[in-house]
Design a protein around this ligand. Structure first.
Ligand code: ATP
Length: 609
């Protein structure tokens, strides 16, 4: 330990700051308190240690903890040396659940944990410094197994009181809810902090370079090898609004791809794949490295685009390429009929210079010069050429220049029919600005469209909500009926999707109240599955409560945008994307639930297959 240990910033001081900020209503007061903390209680050499605790979501020095609530609950129970069957342990495991003994904190893991900790930890602070805390959190993130994590948590518990430990749990879960934006924190820290962070995504560098608020920092440009915060799109309601917003501008409309936003940084042989949370994804290198080396024609550049999955047998982008699919394709390499395909829609750096200050039209020209497109592997999105040249006849275009609102409308319709996520409109005369969502890019997504006809599905389970609806069922697991011979009632229900939005609070309350007497808890340690339900083993679909029997349940009419997804999470072969409850069908008896066979026919007729 260094000579200054006694004067090092104590974590207890930060806890007081957090508590105070959380309690205070006005943003001005929150900000000034934070400023006072920085000026008076935090030594400049501790700035990074402090700010990474306040903005844990922006800290990329430390990897992921691998501790979501359920694992964290197990580790805490073990770290506190409690029996897993004890009342407090069960409260932690079933933290979402309300009930006579659950108290007011159900649905908020940190508060439930704080209650449990309060009964076991003393009141006095162990004097932990923020430097020490960060070292322990580093170890927690790098430890590979649960036993190690448990032992680090137990160490933390010994060095803190319940209040401090509660904040540590919140920091691990990365959501402090202080009611102050990251922008305000940056601004109070230093007037140039946000700008510097946007182009480096490096909190440590920001805290170290900008220690003196009175010394302004020369505006820094982007650099190859350092992720830059992506430009974002503002959502608009319809084509007319979009067109008005971009009045008088030269506009390109593009398909909104549904993959992973990835920046490719190429510096000679060194390639990085930075995702939106600034993390590098070396796993993409396995199948993309050669393609990039051979077809990016400059030594140094940064490309902005979307990583997708291309299906070589179908000759199209794999439907709704999810992250998991992408990872799977990356692992499987070229053996399967799916492969990674990067679609570059922008270029930010070429040779030895940043080009974000050039207008989009010029950047698209650069993109054409820098990237040699390879069908289904490396594509560029430019209005004439690139990906558009690779479509087969009859396929809609991927991007075009729009001359009037009808062009936008038509393109939007085409992409929706093609089951794409929507469109992005871009001002061709605009610069690329890190983290900007002010409207140079606009996104237009489909409203919920009826899936051909009403989908009347049966509620088979419920999930507890958090926050405002903590401890109460806030979402439902709904099922489709297994096909049954005519004149007989269905005997089994197949899990189909999870749905929560669409009803007003009162409507939701009244459904929950009606079903409550029939809830059967699906809680640790019992795992009972009523025999008339069929579900997968995927833990993501497991509801917190089952409905005791289908006859007691209620039918919901749900709508969705027109797309269905092949389901890995639910037992039915397809599930819905963005489902929404349209209304509650108290008028329909439980056995008039849509059956799987009819639903599959509906999907096929919608897909034209
Ligand atoms: P959403 O949930 O709608 O994807 P978001 O918050 O992830 O929204 P937005 O800023 O609203 O992000 O939309 C921009 C995102 O859309 C980008 O991060 C990128 O992943 C994706 N995208 C897909 N196609 C394009 C495109 N042609 N141009 C720009 N972004 C695109």
């Amino acid at each position: 330990m260094g000579d200054n240990t006694d004067t090092d910033t104590k974590f207890s001081v930060m806890c007081s700051l957090f508590t105070w900020m959380q309690k205070t209503k006005t943003s001005t007061k929150k900000r000034s308190k934070f400023r006072k903390f920085i000026d008076t209680y935090c030594k400049p050499c501790d700035y990074f240690s402090a700010i990474r605790l306040i903005l844990p979501g922006l800290d990329r020095e430390r990897g992921s903890y691998g501790l979501k609530e359920s694992v964290l609950a197990t580790c805490l129970v073990d770290a506190l040396g409690m029996s897993r069957e004890s009342e407090d342990a069960l409260r932690l495991f079933n933290w979402r659940k309300a009930g006579p003994r659950a108290g007011v904190n159900a649905g908020n893991f940190a508060l439930v944990a704080a209650e449990v900790l309060q009964r076991r930890q003393g009141m006095s602070s162990g004097g932990l410094t923020i430097k020490e805390l960060n070292e322990l959190l580093d170890r927690l993130a790098s430890s590979e197994n649960r036993a190690e994590k448990t032992s680090i948590l137990s160490d933390l518990i010994k060095k803190t009181n319940a209040q401090e430990m509660k904040w540590i749990v919140i920091i691990i879960l990365k959501d402090l809810k202080l009611g102050v934006s990251e922008k305000s924190i940056f601004h109070e820290f230093h007037p140039d902090a946000e700008d510097l962070f946007n182009v480096t995504c490096d909190l440590k560098l920001v805290c170290e370079k900008l220690r003196d608020r009175n010394q302004r920092h020369k505006r820094q440009d982007i650099e190859v090898g350092k992720p830059v915060r992506p430009q974002l799109a503002m959502r608009v309601g319809n084509a007319n609004t979009a067109w008005k917003k971009l009045h008088g501008k030269e506009v390109v409309v593009e398909c909104k791809f549904d993959g992973d936003r990835i920046q490719i940084h190429k510096n000679g042989k060194e390639i990085h794949f930075f995702s939106r949370n600034f993390l590098d994804h070396p796993e993409y290198a396995h199948s993309m490295l050669d393609v990039i080396m051979q077809n990016i024609l400059v030594d140094r550049c940064i490309l902005d685009g979307e990583m997708l999955v291309w299906d070589t047998s179908m000759n199209c982008f794999a439907e709704f390429g999810s992250n998991q699919e992408i990872a799977k394709a990356a692992k499987e390499g070229l053996d399967s009929d799916r492969q990674l395909c990067y679609v570059a829609f922008d270029i930010l750096y070429v040779g030895d210079t940043s080009v974000i200050h050039q207008v989009l039209k010029e950047r698209q020209e650069l993109l054409r010069k820098v990237v040699k497109p390879i069908k289904g592997r490396l594509e560029i999105l430019v209005p004439n050429g690139g990906l558009n040249d690779h479509r087969t006849s009859g396929e809609p275009r991927w991007s075009l220049i729009a001359y009037n609102v009808d062009d936008v409308e038509r393109f939007f319709k085409e992409t929706i029919e093609n089951r794409d996520e929507g469109i992005v409109l871009k001002d061709l005369g605009s610069k690329w600005e890190p983290s900007d969502r002010s409207g140079k890019w606009l996104k237009l997504k489909p409203d919920y469209v009826r899936a051909g006809s009403d989908l009347d599905v049966l509620i088979i389970g419920g999930y507890y909500g958090s926050g405002r609806r903590g401890g109460e069922v806030a979402q439902f697991l709904v099922g489709l009926a297994e096909h049954s011979p005519s004149n007989t009632y269905p005997k089994r229900f197949i899990s189909f999707c999870r749905v929560g939005t669409g009803l007003s609070d009162e409507e939701l309350d009244s459904v929950v109240t009606k079903l409550k007497p029939y809830f059967r808890q699906n809680e640790y340690p019992k795992k009972a599955l009523p025999s008339f339900y069929q579900v997968t083993n995927n833990s993501k679909e497991r509801p917190d409560v089952w409905i005791e029997s289908p006859e007691k349940s209620i039918i919901l009419s749900i709508t969705s945008d027109i797309r269905t997804i092949r389901s890995e999470v639910f037992a039915a072969p397809y599930s819905l994307r963005f489902p929404r409850i349209d209304r509650v069908r108290y008028d329909k008896p439980w056995h008039e639930c849509l059956d799987v066979q009819s639903f599959v026919e509906l999907v096929h007729s919608n897909n034209g297959t």
